[in-house]
Each structure stands twice: as structure tokens, then as C-alpha cells.
Design a protein around this ligand. Structure first.
Ligand SMILES: Nc1nc2c(ncn2[C@@H]2O[C@H](COP(=O)(O)OP(=O)(O)OP(=O)(O)O)[C@@H](O)[C@H]2O)c(=O)[nH]1
Ligand SMILES: [Mg+2]
Length: 383
């Protein structure tokens, strides 16, 4: 199965690796130094959605995904890279060459440090305004794309003049590997531009949705900054460190915590300091913000910005099972607008090639190859 990829981006020391570690439980280095991460970290995390097992009143046997208490966890890939600072395209900080790792991702989460304890370059300060960190990121990504386009621009113009190859084809070829489609390139050109930088910016806007996540809301100055910035920006308040603590406590059997939930249950005896920390998490993060925001940022990226839907293929429409009798075994993320035939091909090219029709397991309705699927559909493919 090919995973949807989400990338974490932001200034140095904002908590990208803490978010990554919380979401994936992969043990990566976190520290209160600048430029801790140098090589990209890649790992598996999950987006969550209601599992149909609840509503269909069955007990499921997930194979390619997981189910916890009626919440389906569907794998996606997460990429954590080095910190980006203003002027990175001119070589400041670690530069921006590492963006090629990040730009494989279809969507990005911009992790802001709302505590204001590092300035734009990552130096420790008392009171940096995180609002200043929002726009620079777009500009750095735009310059990075611009530089890619500039390398071959004159050649492409010649080719276009000679009628050999259209500009959009050449751009698309160059940006292959960044998951940028021909349609997105065409739209970017049609949007109009005065120079290559503006075209690069159009391409970024067309192809890479960026979610703003304001981290460290456990700190009081971060909270004040969040209250101010939320008036002007669509920003998700997050506490990556808190999510990491909750997921570790869940993994270690101390609590039962399903990612993204607004509560957890204490399962086992624990030391007093752990208990205190969890009490703080409950009162200051979960009760106040509804969740730590980490899962929310991932779900919003995949379902709302990238417009994926989750569908559940089965071989028996009445028992919701595969050939081995596993109930609701697999969840597939497909782009919104996907049809029954797309699901067949996502499972296997042989299944796509021998597609004879499909059945909506809930309604029993027959679906043709062009029938559009909806989020949560349980579908039997007929071959
Ligand atoms: N208070 C608080 N601190 C946090 C939170 N998340 C991360 N931190 C701290 O912020 C510092 C930087 O965290 P990292 O995850 O290493 O940051 P990064 O963005 O990956 O940094 P670079 O790799 O240098 O770009 C560490 O001291 C973390 O413990 C949070 O939610 N609250
Ligand atoms: Mg890091």
C-alpha cells in the first residue's frame, strides 16, 4: 500500500521532532538546542476516523490499519526535517537543500513555537513574536521552487518557441517526485505571473496545502500568543510534548488514551510525579483545548486539506469480511471523487483489470465502475 505523506516544517527548535516522535513513537533526538535535526526522520503515523464497526455492530479484525474503541487508525507517512530559517535560500541556517526530502509530502504542517523563546534565526530570547514566523516559510519554499525552475528556464522557453514542448510539460517533468500534478502546474500558469518567483508561489499554493499548528500551548505566554493569533489565522493549538507523554503512558499501560481524544482513563498505579503531570495535561490542555491538537493537525491535513476519504473493501457484503473471514480488514485512503474502479485498482491491478461491478455493503445497491465513493463506504468488488 502506498502511504499518503505529510511533512513537518518550521523554524528550528519549534518542536517538529517532538511532534514526529509523539505521532510515530519513533525514538528521534529532541533538544532545546537549535538545529538538532539534520537528516530527515521518516516514520509511520495514523489518521483517525470513526470505524464502521460501531455502526454496523460488528467486531472488526483490522489488517492494514488498527481499530481502538471504534476509532480506525489508518497509516500515513510522516517526514520531519531540519529547521528552516529566514534567508535559508541564501544559505542561512542549514540552507534549504533538505526541502527536497520534505517536498515529497503531499501536505505540510507548519509547526510554530508560540512560546516566543527563540527568534527567527533560532537564538534564545525572551519575547519573540511568533507571527513573524508565519510568512517567511511560504517565501522560503517559493524561493526553493523558483531555483529549481530557474535552472532550466531558458532552455524551456526555447523549446516552447520551437514548438517542441510546452512549458507546463517541462515544469511537470522537473517537479516529478514532488507529487505535483500536470493539472496543478497548468492551473499555476493560468493563474498568471510576472516572474518565476510568482509562478513558483502559484505552484506551491496549488500543490502543497500548509496547516498552521501553534505548539507549546502548555506555556502561559504561548497561550496568550495563541489567543491573539487565532483572531487572524486558522491555527490549531497543539502541545506536542503533552501528546508524547500521553502516548508513552498509553504504550506503557499506565493509561488508556486513543490519539486525538479529549480524555484518558487511568489504568494502573503510577508514581506521584507522573500523576501530577497527567493532571496538568487533563486540566490545562485537554479540558481547555479539547485535545493536544497533534491528531487534529494530521486529520485536518489528510481529510480536509488533501481531501482524502476512507473506504473499506470487503469480499462478503453481508458479513463485511475478506476471504479469510476477517471483518472490515482494510481501510484505504482515496482521493475524494474516487470511483469504484479506483478502489479496485488501489487494491491490486489484477482486481482493477477484472472489475465487473461493486456493491455498497450498507444499502446493497449495485455500483458501476464510475460510481463515486463516499467517506466510510464499505464496498464489495465483483470480479
Ligand atoms: N513546553 C513545551 N516544550 C516543547 C513542546 N514541544 C517541544 N518542546 C521543546 O522544544 C524544544 C525543541 O524541540 P524539538 O522537537 O527538538 O524541535 P525541532 O523543531 O525538531 O528543532 P530542530 O530539529 O532544531 O529544527 C525541546 O526542548 C522540546 O522539549 C511543547 O509542547 N511544550
Ligand atoms: Mg528536529
Amino acid at each position: 500500500m502506498i502511504y499518503v505523506k505529510i511533512g513537518l516544517v518550521g523554524k528550528t527548535n519549534t518542536g517538529k521532532s517532538t511532534f514526529f516522535k509523539a505521532a510515530s513513537l519513533v525514538d528521534v533526538e529532541i533538544s532545546n538546542r537549535i538545529f538538532t535535526t539534520i537528516e530527515a526522520n521518516k516514520g509511520v503515523t495514523y489518521v483517525t476516523t470513526d470505524c464502521p464497526c460501531n455502526e454496523l455492530d460488528v467486531s472488526c479484525d483490522p489488517k492494514n490499519s488498527k481499530c481502538r474503541g471504534g476509532t480506525r487508525l489508518i497509516p500515513v507517512e510522516l517526514i520531519d526535517v531540519a529547521g528552516l530559517v529566514p534567508g535559508a535560500h541564501e544559505g542561512k541556517g542549514l540552507g534549504n537543500k533538505f526541502l527536497s526530502d520534505l517536498m515529497e509530502a503531499e501536505g505540510l504542517i507548519h509547526i510554530l513555537d508560540l512560546s516566543g523563546r527563540t527568534d527567527s534565526e533560532g537564538n534564545p530570547v525572551k519575547d519573540h513574536d511568533p507571527e513573524e514566523d508565519i510568512d517567511f516559510l511560504y517565501s522560503e519554499i517559493d524561493h526553493w521552487i523558483k531555483n529549481l525552475l530557474k535552472e532550466s528556464w531558458e532552455e524551456w522557453e526555447e523549446e516552447q518557441k520551437r514548438g517542441e514542448r510546452e512549458l507546463y510539460e517541462n515544469i511537470h517533468r522537473k517537479l516529478t517526485g514532488l507529487g505535483i500534478t500536470e493539472r496543478e502546474v497548468k492551473n499555476s500558469i493560468e493563474g498568471g505571473y510576472d516572474d518565476i518567483l510568482e509562478l513558483a508561489s502559484n505552484i506551491r499554493k496549488e500543490s502543497k496545502p500548509i496547516i498552521l499548528a501553534g505548539n507549546k500551548v502548555d506555556l502561559s505566554n504561548a497561550r496568550d500568543n495563541y489567543d491573539r493569533l487565532k483572531e487572524d489565522y486558522d491555527i490549531i493549538p497543539i502541545c506536542a510534548e503533552g501528546e508524547l507523554a500521553l502516548r508513552k503512558a498509553d504504550r506503557d499501560g499506565l493509561i488508556e488514551y486513543i490519539p486525538g481524544q479529549d480524555h484518558f482513563e487511568i489504568e494502573n498505579e503510577m508514581k506521584k510525579d507522573k500523576k501530577e503531570a497527567l493532571k496538568f495535561m487533563k486540566e490545562e490542555i485537554l479540558d481547555r483545548y479539547g485535545s493536544t491538537g497533534v491528531q487534529d493537525a494530521l486529520n485536518r491535513g489528510v481529510f480536509d486539506e488533501l481531501n482524502y476519504i476512507a473506504v473499506y473493501p470487503v469480499e462478503s457484503k453481508s458479513k463485511y469480511t475478506n476471504g479469510e473471514g476477517d471483518v472490515l480488514p482494510d481501510a484505504y485512503l482515496l482521493e475524494k471523487g474516487s470511483k469504484a474502479i479506483d478502489l479496485a485498482y488501489a487494491i491490486h491491478s489484477d482486481i482493477g483489470d477484472s472489475f465487473k461491478g461493486a456493491i455498497d455493503a450498507r444499502s446493497g445497491e449495485k455500483l458501476g465502475k464510475d460510481s463515486e465513493l463516499s467517506h466510510g463506504d464499505v464496498v464489495e468488488i465483483l470480479t
